[in-house]
Ligand binder design. Structure first.
Ligand SMILES: Nc1ncnc2c1ncn2[C@@H]1O[C@H](COP(=O)(O)OP(=O)(O)O)[C@@H](O)[C@H]1O
Ligand SMILES: [Mg+2]
Length: 388
């Protein structure tokens, strides 16, 4: 059918034609944002899930809700090689600039700018023209200890937002790339916001690794955040994800064909978009048949093997590929670290650094102590069907 009218949207962070199965998560975020900007309490949230489950899409949804709920918003994606402070600084500056245009927040935004200035010089962040004339606030956000200073700058921004009757929502994607010190600092800062009753919320998204938090940050983290699990869609939501966009284009799919899509994709959002996309392009007319879907499956897999899966594999060294291959040969995950070591004929300890490096690259994660699994759904199938 006409590719111009294809409603599906495979791709990282692309808004799906139908945000299926996430009603509860969206409405909980809505309530939490609404409460906090009114001065009531609610927990910040970290969306945890594998690649392609829709975390970035949800963060964007939350961003829109926040904007409608009287928040100023900042969205950062944690890069692998840049510090949190560098990413946050321009975002906080922009929020303060907006606030300083509001009469009610002029004063507090100005003092927050001074705190931001000392934060920037403490963490050696290059500053913009605006701040050159601003004196740093001595003794605030300049200890050099990120846990202390981040809480202080958050407090300054939170106060400025509050004086304008607004909130500040900070969205952090790929949160697993924050280092331990940064993650602890964010948690301590969120704790400060809730203690001071400031209208600041953090929503984050990341891979479901076991948080390596320690000390205060750890005990706060359990109470301060909720961790909605973003997984595969259940069968009925997965059906909706395919059927609704088709219907709005006046197209049907026969039930057996839809079953195959649900089955092959495991209900994973990214794969649903990919299958929907190919099924549409393959079919010559409505309804989409079983034969269309079978052909589409072939194409979808080819595209995943040379794209989504391949690019991830290409980031691994030869030894790391041997490691993940040994996992896949064991079947479906999660895998015991000891079993993988045995399959490779090595001591688990000796493989520690290799495993850590693959985890750092975001390919595998530890769902619980002594276990390991892939961060990309269906990656084990890919490794089993592909020769290297
Ligand atoms: N609830 C959903 N229903 C249908 N498709 C979805 C849903 N959530 C996400 N998608 C699709 O899944 C793909 C991956 O979404 P993304 O947010 O990038 O995942 P993640 O950030 O978890 O890796 C995108 O193509 C998106 O359109
Ligand atoms: Mg994402």
């Amino acid at each position: 059918m006409d590719p111009l009218r294809n409603p599906f949207s495979p791709g990282a962070g692309s808004r799906p034609p139908e945000l299926a199965g996430r009603e509860d998560i969206v409405s909980a975020a809505n309530v939490a944002l609404g409460r906090v900007v009114m001065g009531r309490s609610a927990q910040s949230q970290i969306f945890l899930g594998l690649r392609g489950t829709g975390k970035t899409v949800l963060l964007n949804e939350v961003l829109e809700i926040a904007e409608r709920s009287n928040y100023l918003t900042s969205f950062i994606e944690t890069p692998e090689n840049k510090s949190l402070t560098e990413m946050l600084y321009p975002q906080m500056r922009q929020v303060l600039r907006k606030l300083s245009n509001l009469e009610a927040a002029k004063q507090s935004a100005r003092s927050a700018f001074r705190v931001l200035r000392s934060f920037a010089s403490t963490f050696k962040i290059a500053i913009g023209d605006v701040e050159i004339g601003i004196d740093p606030e001595l003794g605030t956000a300049d200890s050099g200890n990120l846990e202390i200073d981040l809480a202080e700058i958050f407090e300054a921004v939170g106060n400025a937002a509050k004086s304008a009757g607004k909130g500040w929502a900070l969205l952090i994607d790929e949160v697993q790339y924050l280092d331990d010190e940064e993650l602890s600092a964010v948690i301590v800062a969120v704790h400060r916001m809730s203690q001071r009753n400031l209208p600041v919320m953090v929503f984050a998204g990341g891979l479901p690794q076991v948080a390596k938090l320690s000390g205060d940050a750890k005990s706060y983290a359990e109470r301060l955040f909720v961790y909605p699990e973003i997984g595969a869609l259940d069968a009925s939501a997965a059906r909706e994800a395919i059927q609704k966009p088709l219907r709005s284009e006046g197209v049907d799919i026969i039930p057996e064909a839809l079953d195959v899509v649900i089955n092959k994709t495991g209900g994973y959002p990214f794969f649903l978009q990919e299958w929907g996309h190919h099924a549409w392009n393959t079919a010559s007319q409505s309804p989409i048949t079983l034969d269309d879907v079978n052909k589409a499956s072939q194409k979808a897999l080819e595209r995943l093997d040379s794209g989504f899966f391949r690019v991830r594999l290409d980031r691994l060294t030869r030894a790391e590929i041997d490691y993940v291959k040994a996992m896949a040969v064991l079947g479906r995950g999660p895998y015991k670290v000891n079993d993988v070591a045995q399959a490779l004929g090595m001591e688990p300890k000796a493989l520690g650094p290799r495993r850590a490096s693959i985890i750092k690259k975001g390919m595998i994660y530890a769902p619980s102590y002594g276990d390991i699994d892939f961060t990309v759904p269906l990656f084990d199938d890919f490794l089993r069907r592909t020769r290297f």
